[in-house]
Design a protein around this ligand. Structure first.
Ligand SMILES: Cc1cc2nc3c(=O)[nH]c(=O)nc-3n(C[C@H](O)[C@H](O)[C@H](O)COP(=O)(O)O)c2cc1C
Ligand code: SF4
Ligand code: SF4
Length: 436
């Protein structure tokens, strides 16, 4: 059986599945149940500085994008950091860590961007004997207007400065949680590294307005007729998170910076994808909020089964294996040619592929053949774009088939070449380097 024990910057956990800092990790009662369900670690709901805790709204704080089957695809929230007393949280963290020594407990922290504030809280956290800290430079709402969260995460110089303060004032591993609300994730990641951080975690939520109520004209979730931008997460944000993880993993300056992958992870497969792109472990929030703590059971068995079937003995066997295959567009092989192919036995003749292809651009799928309703790919028109596969409601009914070298592409009339040829050398490229 595959060994899925995890060692992330020296923090050990029985599996790579941590709960991200959010409501599921806001109190001892929850975290104990999460650990009983099998989670390898938790990042406790973000702690603020000593004194009266923050105050949340007392009405709706979440909004959602639902699929047609009411599956929750994306979640938006206007919640703040923990609204429970700092010392209550610290006490609970200490007893939970004492009782679950084999699990990872990380303290997420967000205090004002002043060294004194960080110096004050770090010893209090250290005293709980948790395994590390995560600096929350991510929340895009509420706290950012107070100069914290994403307001820090959007300024690489601040990230570097605070990471440096933390490294100077604690021996605990320091993980910097990055906001995706920036143009190029590599800058804050480099700043975290330059400040001495042990790792980065990403992504926090994406700034968003989820919907507008057209009766009241209030953005939702609506509080007495007004709405505020919030943080977007859940399955819908996974592609954004994967790309940001890959950008950090493949940049030579940050390639060895450990990454805790977060964003839209619902299944073992999502987790494995993050790890294949270089993440050392993963964190989950929305899926646990939607389906409950027990989803980790399927994540654990699914990951182990796949690793067994694929011959991966440990997580390190496949971690980062996809990084080298992330390429800039200009290096993609322009001689790779594929055509759609429709399995007539599976086709239910719904016509979606025809409409999509017809109205998008290519007119490469019939709807009638010899007076009969029939959907066939016209190879002479098909550019292999994959749109029909994406809209077909029947799994594996349409597949993309690569053409063999030496055969003729009916669309161009040219022979398919086995040579790799990319845009940098293409005759149409005005800046191509002339061949010697
Ligand atoms: C209701 C809610 C509250 C959150 N609170 C925090 C928080 O206090 N600190 C933090 O670092 N991230 C917070 N997050 C962000 C999550 O930890 C996570 O980064 C984000 O939701 C993306 O992961 P997901 O797609 O699995 O939900 C919160 C997310 C949600 C939905
Ligand atoms: S791959 Fe694209 S061009 Fe080809 S049939 Fe499908 S939708 Fe049309
Ligand atoms: S979308 Fe799929 S099922 Fe519908 S007509 Fe096209 S191939 Fe057939």
């Amino acid at each position: 059986m595959a060994d899925i024990r995890n060692n992330f910057v020296g923090i050990k956990s029985p599996n790579p599945f941590w709960l991200a800092s959010a409501p599921p990790t806001d109190k001892e009662y929850n975290v104990r149940r999460a650990f009983e369900a099998g989670w390898g670690g938790v990042v406790w709901k973000t702690l603020g500085e000593e004194g009266p805790p923050v105050v949340n709204v007392n009405g709706p704080r979440y909004g959602a994008i639902l699929g047609s089957d009411r599956r929750l695809l994306g979640l938006n929230n206007i919640e703040l950091i923990t609204d429970r007393d700092l010392h209550v949280n610290l006490r609970e963290m200490k007893v939970v860590k004492r009782d679950y020594k084999d699990r990872a407990v990380i303290a997420s922290i967000m205090v004002p961007c002043e060294e004194a504030a960080w110096k004050a809280i770090l010893p209090l956290v250290e005293e709980t004997e948790v395994d590390g800290i995560e600096l929350n430079f991510g929340c895009p709402h509420g706290m950012s207007e107070r100069g914290m969260g994403a307001a820090v995460g959007q300024v690489p110089e601040y990230i570097e400065m605070v990471a440096r303060w933390c490294k100077a004032n604690t021996n605990m591993p320091v993980i910097v949680k990055l906001t995706p609300n920036i143009t190029d994730i590599r800058y804050p990641a480099k700043a975290a590294k330059d400040g001495g951080a042990d790792a980065v975690s990403l992504i926090n939520t994406i700034n968003s307005i989820i919907s507008v109520n057209l009766d009241t004209f209030s953005p939702e979730p609506s509080i007495d007729g007004k709405g505020s931008h919030g943080g977007y997460c859940g399955a819908a944000v996974k592609p954004i998170a994967l790309n940001m993880v890959a950008e950090i993993a493949r940049d030579p300056e940050t390639a060895n910076l450990p990454i805790s992958g977060i964003g839209g992870i619902e299944t073992w497969r999502d987790a494995a994808e993050f790890m294949a792109l270089g993440a050392g472990n993963v964190q989950v929030c929305t899926a646990a909020m939607t389906y409950g703590f027990k989803i980790v059971e399927e994540m654990i068995t699914g990951l182990k089964n796949w690793m067994d079937e694929s011959g991966h003995g440990t997580l390190e066997d496949f971690r980062g294996k996809a990084v080298g295959n992330v390429s800039d567009w200009q290096y993609l092989n322009l001689n790779y040619i594929a055509k759609a192919s429709i399995n007539q036995d599976k086709c239910i003749k719904c016509g979606r592929c025809h409409i999509a292809c017809e109205d998008t651009s290519h007119q490469a799928i019939t709807n009638m053949v010899d007076g009969e309703r029939r959907f066939e790919v016209i190879d002479a028109e098909c550019v292999g774009c994959n749109l029909c596969v994406s809209v077909c409601p029947v799994e594996n009914c349409i597949t993309m088939e690569p053409m063999d070298a030496g055969t003729i592409d009916e669309r161009t009339g040219l022979k398919v070449s086995s040579e790799y040829a990319n845009w940098t050398q293409h005759p149409n490229n005005p800046s191509k380097v002339a061949a010697e």
